[in-house]
Write a protein that binds this ligand. Structure first.
Ligand SMILES: Nc1ncnc2c1ncn2[C@@H]1O[C@H](COP(=O)(O)OP(=O)(O)OP(=O)(O)O)[C@@H](O)[C@H]1O
Ligand SMILES: [Mg+2]
Length: 312
């Protein structure tokens, strides 16, 4: 199976409001795909459809080859889902929570014990098995919630903003666990507002107003969206030279970033010209994912939407 997740023009309407607008996803086993986009962009709604919790209004798709419209129950058995407000039982202990989720997935009693031990070790919770969840720090709660979601060893894992509200160190260790799962060939969808996390994902799906603006590798997105070359120029009077720079041939865009200017040159335009024009050294820089998102969102506003933005 080439793709573990496929959707074709998948849409969800709530009344007359379109929360997910004709999205086409293709995601492979072993991939970590970040769902990125502003609040209300449709990430959670898309995840809930893919998990078989919500019925799409139109379009179709498959998870691990199972049909999203007709085999929802089968799909639910095969995947792990950690919701945006992850659901742990605070008045139960760490082990009792794991045991509860193992029961939901109907693991045999031998397998249940084995998986609970594996999950305690994966989450770094050894020594805390009998602690009440209410008394765990947010970082431990988060890793326990992940362990509960994947206790059945699912091939596809959906994580909806699992890292909000935890420290950078806890986020890193969480991400290492996810990476390990992907290395075993699992497919992982993770929605996040952290660009550093998105950078670590093999695929990024940019959502805006229900639409999928792009789905590609972070590096490809950066290359694709800015077909010129981006330079940073430190100048004594950036505001003073901004207008003049914008007028020069070969300069596509100039923007102010604190005391420096970001200058997008047309391909083939040598950067040495900048030194001549501005009297300062220009440094080649990489666009950030934020630059990419803004450029994509701007591009889509004025043109007819390309219903198949997948470029990998
Ligand atoms: N059950 C519902 N009924 C009506 N509208 C809904 C429902 N669920 C979601 N919406 C709307 O759909 C849009 C997309 O919501 P969704 O939760 O998918 O966004 P999101 O990208 O996950 O945002 P966030 O980053 O804040 O989590 C929002 O405008 C939301 O209000
Ligand atoms: Mg959400």
């Amino acid at each position: 199976m080439e793709y573990s997740i496929v959707t074709n023009n998948l849409s969800k309407k709530f009344g007359s409001f379109t929360a997910v607008d004709s999205i086409n996803l293709r995601i492979k086993p072993g991939d970590i795909c970040a769902f990125l986009g502003p609040n209300g962009a449709g990430k959670t709604t898309a995840i809930r459809i893919l998990c078989g919790i919500l019925k799409p209004s139109s379009g179709n798709g498959s998870i691990l080859g199972y049909d999203l419209l007709r085999q929802g129950e089968k799909i639910k058995e095969k995947l792990g889902y950690m919701s945006q407000k992850f659901s742990l039982y605070h008045d139960l202990t760490v082990r009792e929570n794991l045991d509860f989720y193992a029961g939901i997935y109907r693991l045999s009693s031998k397998r249940r014990q084995q998986r609970i031990e594996e999950m305690i070790s994966l989450a770094g919770l050894a020594g805390r098995e009998d602690q009440l969840v209410a008394n765990l720090s947010q970082g431990f709660k988060q890793r326990l919630a992940l362990s509960c979601a994947i206790i059945s060893d699912p091939q596809v894992i959906f994580l909806d903003e699992p890292t909000s509200g935890v420290s950078p160190a806890a986020r890193r260790s969480f991400f290492n666990i996810i990476q390990e799962q992907a290395n075993q060939g699992k497919t992982i969808i993770i929605s996040t507002h952290f660009m550093d996390e998105a950078e670590r994902c093999g695929q990024i799906a940019f959502f805006n107003q229900g639409r999928l603006l792009a789905l590609n590798h972070p590096e490809q997105l950066k290359k694709g969206i800015l077909p010129g070359r981006l330079y940073r120029l430190e100048a004594e009077d950036p505001i003073g030279i901004l207008d003049r720079l914008s007028q020069l041939p070969g300069v596509k865009e100039v923007s102010l970033h604190g005391r420096s200017l970001h200058i997008l040159l047309e391909t083939g335009q040598p950067a040495e010209c900048l030194k001549e024009w501005a009297g300062a050294e220009a440094e080649l820089i990489e666009p950030t994912l934020e630059d990419v998102f803004l450029a994509l969102a701007k591009k889509k506003e004025g043109e007819n939407y390309d219903s198949n933005p997948i470029s990998n």
